[in-house]
Design a protein around this ligand. Structure first.
Ligand SMILES: Nc1nc2c(ncn2[C@@H]2O[C@H](COP(=O)(O)OP(=O)(O)OP(=O)(O)O)[C@@H](O)[C@H]2O)c(=O)[nH]1
Ligand SMILES: [Mg+2]
Length: 428
């Protein structure tokens, strides 16, 4: 077991005073750093549970379902899912409810391009005490036609349909080339639509109009570790834009012109490049030069976005809106197979503020600098989407093998690009 000595640091006095002065909380326990509670009996050492340091909100009060949830912030668990995946999403919900959400009761929001069946709604709602929304846009009172009401539950057509400027013949030809290059789901048009929607449209759904943070959940994913603090509050309190668990290389043949288009966009909009960007991470060519070459300048290292906890303010910014529109017009969501993972990652790496400094406290590395503090790696959230894991070394985790990255073929090991992130941006 990996034991580290951690100093007992209380929240700094001014923070404590500010909080109490503002009447937010009065119970000391809710403001003590999480690691203070991770004692190993019989020693003066503490087991590191990998919880982030700082002030964490516990589920003592204010997190009951419905109106009792006064401590919840403006956030939702979010899933794009098909009716036929109900078993898979129920299993993922069971994992996340067991490890986290039964304590915090954040609402679930489900999206679909066709209406959800009654069975889907019944089975998913049965897994949680929290409210489940099915992408429902508030229906104006003057609408009496039930067909209109059903339509209001869907992803708006103009968000899902293939855009008018995409040529069907060219799409078919391109997907043949992608298939030859062994790009998965290349000829499945809905997969391209899904990637485009997840890149630049989901946060525009009217059902999310008043929501700031989301935690994306896919069918069949697993969560292994008990998480005992309000993760959304952590994101908000620490000014985090994006949280991830796994970093992977992408298949360069799925994105040959994504970086060249990005470079064109930057040339037209130099004002969007943040002065403290993560460009060196994006363009690394040391660890996998052939990937950089085939992707024409991009290392292909990205946050694996089937897990993401993020602040939609970033996606709703002018910089991201213009970037997404540029990419959308360029056609690569259909003529190539640009995924939302590299698109989100490149945007974060270029336009996110990296100037704030976040310190990790640990005796082995006393001054580890996390430069890109707007992005957070959740080391304490055990996660699996086949075939990759994030399995922390913590007594809070059960059901996965500590440190295991994949249970697939051994060559999958080399897809892990977390060291790149640590080298350029995080723990160096
Ligand atoms: N409603 C709806 N959801 C979709 C569609 N295509 C994909 N999804 C959802 O979008 C997410 C990503 O799709 P996946 O098929 O899991 O894509 P992937 O993770 O790259 O592929 P796998 O490795 O097979 O899981 C999942 O939550 C799917 O349920 C679609 O056509 N309609
Ligand atoms: Mg998936």
């Amino acid at each position: 077991m990996d034991l580290l000595l951690v100093p007992s640091i209380w929240p700094c006095e001014s923070t404590w005073r500010n909080r109490t002065q503002h009447g937010e909380r009065s119970k000391l326990g809710q403001y003590a750093p999480a690691f203070m509670f991770s004692f190993q009996r019989g020693t003066d050492q503490k087991i590191v549970t990998n919880e982030p340091e700082g002030i964490l909100w516990r589920a003592d009060t204010g997190y009951g379902p419905g109106a009792e949830g006064t401590n919840r912030i403006n956030a939702t668990l979010l899933s794009l899912v098909r009716n036929e995946e109900v078993e898979g999403i129920v299993q993922a919900m069971q994992d996340l409810e067991r490890t986290w959400n039964h304590k915090f009761n954040y609402p679930w929001t489900f999206f679909n391009d066709v209406p959800f069946t009654e069975e889907f709604k019944r089975r998913t709602q049965a897994e949680t005490k929290a409210q489940c929304n099915y992408g429902r846009t508030p229906v104006p009172t003057f609408v009496s036609n039930t067909a209109d009401i059903c339509a209001a539950e869907l992803i708006p057509k103009e968000h899902w349909e293939v855009p008018s400027w995409i040529d069907d013949e060219l799409f078919n030809e391109s997907s043949e080339i992608l298939k030859e290059n062994e790009i998965q789901y290349a000829n499945l048009k809905s997969y391209h639509q899904m990637c485009r929607w997840n890149s630049g449209l989901f946060y525009k759904h009217p059902a999310l109009k008043d929501t700031q943070f989301y935690w994306r959940v896919e069918p069949k994913v697993h969560f292994f570790c008990d998480v005992d603090y309000d993760v959304f509050r952590y994101m908000a309190d620490h000014n985090k834009t994006y949280g991830f668990t796994i970093n992977l290389y992408d298949a360069p043949a799925s994105i040959p012109t994504l970086w060249p288009e990005t470079v064109k966009f930057l040339a037209a909009h130099p004002e969007y490049l943040h002065e403290n960007n993560a460009m060196p991470w994006l363009v690394d060519q040391d660890r996998r030069p052939e990937h950089n070459m085939k992707a024409n300048g991009y290392s292909t290292c990205h946050f694996w976005s089937n897990f993401e906890i993020a602040d939609m303010t970033f996606w709703r910014s002018q910089a991201y809106e213009d970037y997404f529109n540029h990419l959308d017009r360029a056609g690569g969501f259909f003529y190539e197979r640009w995924g939302d993972a590299p698109v989100h990652s490149i945007a974060l790496g270029l336009f996110e503020d990296a100037s704030k400094v976040h310190w990790y406290v640990s005796l082995s590395k006393p001054h580890i600098l996390q430069l890109m503090s707007g992005v957070n790696r959740f080391r304490d959230i055990g996660y699996q989407h086949i075939p990759y894991f994030n399995c922390p070394n913590s007594p809070k985790c059960k059901g996965c093998m500590t440190g295991r990255f994949t249970d697939g073929e051994s060559w999958l090991m080399k897809e892990d690009c977390r060291p790149n992130w640590f080298k350029y941006v995080g723990m160096g």
